[in-house]
Design a protein around this ligand. Structure first.
Ligand SMILES: *Cc1c(COP(=O)(O)O)cnc(C)c1O
Length: 388
């Protein structure tokens, strides 16, 4: 069955009691046992809960994994996966990393003796140079956020396997609709499902998908032991959002591509970072390993003084953090999402004071372009007035 059909039908044939096509929200935390030593399959909701189980089963199948675990946020999913490691273990991690993941590793995991080295994960020489006898895994984001750097998942996971390392991919930006890292050799996929999967800027959720019996059993143990699990209401909302994932991703992609091309030729813009563009350094790898492009990209304005007037004059586009929802949001990574990443790392990778990130929604592309154009023109006028 094609992925569009699986997505649209999440849970629709699972309620055999009433035949409900929308699987119900089971709010119960406790489940009656038929007798001593007997169970309906459900005992206590942290371990397994019906609405969450329907979501997890569908997600495992859609990401081509053996098991999936729904967590209370993307960060909860990352923390649960990091709990797989022990004091003394070392990780190799993508350089242009989600700020919250960097903070979790540097401010918390480090205190527990788990350390990380940040490198360009597409460079095998850098990977080799950062390998130690305690390295246990490599964590990649592709594309990265906000700079849209691309890593070749098959190449890196082949290398990781040869060194006995696990490959973990944060697949938030492309979703399984466009990219399935487990099919390319990765062992664990993580999502902030708060973004494209839920899709409506109204659910906080995370997902872990594992490949292999042993790893899946260990992750089930960690998920239940740590307990940062997704509640029944949010499990329902996430599954409901995912039913339209295919339609939304197609629109996010076409809108983002048209707007990135519009910005490339705009006089206020210095550079556009979007892997769908043929000029992007990761373009061919990205097209080879995924079937489409994300709806988020970043761009640099020519003058840092444009930033404030742009953000205050966009109307349809909201100045807000987060990404992946139906509503268009624009943010300023240097002072918001990436504020926890040290200045020298931000400068080295290019997250500077001229960079804006745009999560393109599913509104009509003409309206989005008109809104951007008026904001850019206003910013240019404001800065020109300062000079006169
Ligand atoms: C948002 C995000 C996270 C964190 O997820 P939350 O759901 O906000 O906890 C992790 N990784 C990436 C790439 C993200 O965009």
């Amino acid at each position: 069955m094609k992925i569009e059909s699986r997505l649209a039908q999440i849970g629709s044939q699972k309620d055999t009691v009433t035949g409900a096509v929308s699987f119900p929200i089971y709010q119960a935390t406790a489940f009656r046992h038929p007798g001593l030593g007997e169970s309906t399959g459900f005992d206590y909701a942290r371990t397994k809960s019906p609405t969450r189980a329907v979501l997890e089963e569908a997600v495992a199948e859609i990401e081509s994994g053996d098991a999936a675990f729904a967590c209370s946020s993307g960060m909860a999913a990352l923390q649960t996966v990091f709990a797989y490691f022990s004091s003394g273990d070392h990780l190799i991690v993508s350089l242009d990393l989600y700020g919250g993941t960097y903070r979790l590793l540097e401010r918390i995991m480090k205190r527990f003796g788990v350390t990380a080295t940040y490198v360009d994960t597409n460079d095998l020489d850098q990977l080799g140079a950062s390998l130690t006898s305690n390295t246990k895994a490599i964590l990649i984001e592709t594309p990265t956020n906000p700079l849209m750097m691309i890593t070749d998942i098959a190449k890196v996971s082949t290398w990781a396997k040869s060194k006995g390392l696990l490959t973990i991919v944060d697949n938030t930006l492309l979703t399984p609709y466009f990219q399935r890292p487990l099919e390319l050799g990765a062992d664990i996929v993580i999502h902030s499902a708060s973004k494209y999967l839920a899709g409506h800027n109204d659910v906080l959720a995370g997902l872990i998908i594992t490949k292999g019996e042993e790893l899946s059993a260990e992750m089930a143990f960690l998920h239940n032991s740590i307990g940062a699990v997704l509640g029944p209401q949010d499990s329902f909302l996430l599954a409901r959002g995912m039913k339209t994932l295919a339609l939304r991703m197609e629109r996010h992609q076409s809108n983002a591509t048209a707007i990135a091309k519009f910005l490339q030729t705009h006089e206020a813009i210095a550079e556009v970072f979007y892997p769908a563009l043929p000029e992007h350094p990761g373009h061919s790898i990205q097209q080879g390993q995924s079937s489409g492009n994300t709806g988020i990209f970043s761009f640099k304005v020519k003058d840092a003084r444009y930033v404030a007037p742009i953000l205050s004059s966009v109307k349809l586009i909201a100045f807000a953090e987060s990404l992946g929802g139906v509503e268009s949001l624009m943010t300023y990574p240097a002072v918001q999402t990436h504020a926890d990443i040290p200045e020298e790392i931000r400068q080295a990778i290019g997250v500077d004071d001229r960079l804006l990130r745009f999560s393109v929604g599913i509104e009509h592309v003409d309206d989005l372009i008109a809104d951007l154009d008026q904001a850019l023109k206003f910013a240019m006028q404001e800065v020109a007035a300062l000079q006169n």
